[in-house]
Ligand binder design. Structure first.
Ligand SMILES: C[S@@+](CC[C@H](N)C(=O)[O-])C[C@H]1O[C@@H](n2cnc3c(N)ncnc32)[C@H](O)[C@@H]1O
Length: 293
């Protein structure tokens, strides 16, 4: 008898922890509505294993119970955790190196000169994940000019995911994560953690240039001033076409008339947006008004 019941339990536990197609659809609808994300049904297995951690954390035994809770008034505090488990946070230092080359050679000379006249210069890393992108930008700024901290030149780094922003703020990276950081940059701007726990912490000089904030790109944006450069890379690829189309005019409005915008390698403007921007390099765009500047 005891043998029978111990055999029966794992099976019922396994069945209970399966996400049904209907359950998956509830999650996909939520992701679209709350974060603009499209999750194809081929990702059911991935979503199931990611949300299984939330079941364990909240103590629910079935996905249906968890989802009922999530969609109820009581689930408001769980929502950010659920969204966090649905986002893809893969990032890398100096990812798509050609963008940093453009920043260094075509953008920074004029921007730093302008900042030295007292002007305000802002760079936005939209969908910054765990900080590799804004930190790569910050090292470019400091490598270009040591007096950046004294200028009004800063990076805003935003993400929807509070958990990943916690990691960005901690600014500690494994040796594997810093493999793309050139040795000289690693020595100058990262401090090896003493514990031997094999981690590198970004130096305060870099972190002082960056403000991390939580921002859902599909919500209204509180920023009042325009940005000179916007990095929004490998973010909209996860968005529905409608979400992307609604974003392009907002980025256009948020960008200085002579600004620059970088997208990820597999992201493209739609036909309508392509008329208000001009192509200025590989997945590099400027407002049409900037042509020739
Ligand atoms: C794949 S990472 C890209 C990180 C970095 N930009 C890069 O290229 O390495 C995508 C990031 O977009 C964020 N994201 C997804 N949906 C978002 C939304 N609606 N608003 C703001 N950020 C979002 C995710 O949390 C994730 O950290």
């Amino acid at each position: 008898m005891s043998v029978q019941s111990s055999k029966a339990r794992p099976q019922s536990a396994r069945l209970a922890a399966e996400l049904s197609q209907a359950g998956f659809q509830r999650v996909a609808d939520l992701a679209l509505q709350k974060a603009g994300l499209t999750i194809p049904s081929s990702k059911l297995g991935m979503i199931q294993s990611r949300l299984a951690k939330r079941l364990a954390a909240t103590g629910y035994e079935t996905f249906d119970q968890y989802l009922d809770f999530l969609f109820s008034g009581d689930g408001a505090n769980e929502l950010p955790q659920a969204i966090s488990s649905l986002t893809t946070n893969v990032s890398q230092f100096f990812r798509e190196a050609h963008h940093f080359e453009t920043l260094r050679t075509q953008i920074l000379p004029a921007l730093v000169e302008r900042a030295r006249t007292g002007a305000r210069v802002r760079i936005w890393s939209a969908g910054c994940s765990s900080g590799q992108e804004p930190l790569s930008i910050a090292t470019e700024l400091l490598e270009f000019a040591q007096d950046i901290a004294a200028l009004d030149m800063r990076i805003l780094a935003t993400d929807i995911d509070h958990a990943i922003l916690g990691r960005a703020n901690a600014a500690i990276y494994t040796p594997q994560q810093v493999v793309d950081v050139p040795d000289g940059i690693l020595k100058r701007y990262f401090v090896e953690e003493a514990s031997g726990a094999a981690g590198y912490r970004a130096a305060d000089d870099l972190l002082e240039l960056i403000a991390y904030r939580k921002l859902n790109l599909i919500d209204p944006w509180p920023m009042k001033n325009r940005f000179d450069v916007i990095f929004c890379r490998n973010v909209v690829i996860y968005f529905s076409d409608d979400t992307q189309s609604a974003l392009w005019p907002r980025f256009h409005a948020a960008l200085a008339p002579d600004g620059w915008m970088f997208l990820g390698h597999s992201e493209r403007l739609d036909d309508v947006a392509a008329r208000s921007f001009v192509n200025a390099g590989v997945t590099t765009y400027r407002p049409a008004s900037a042509a020739g500047s």
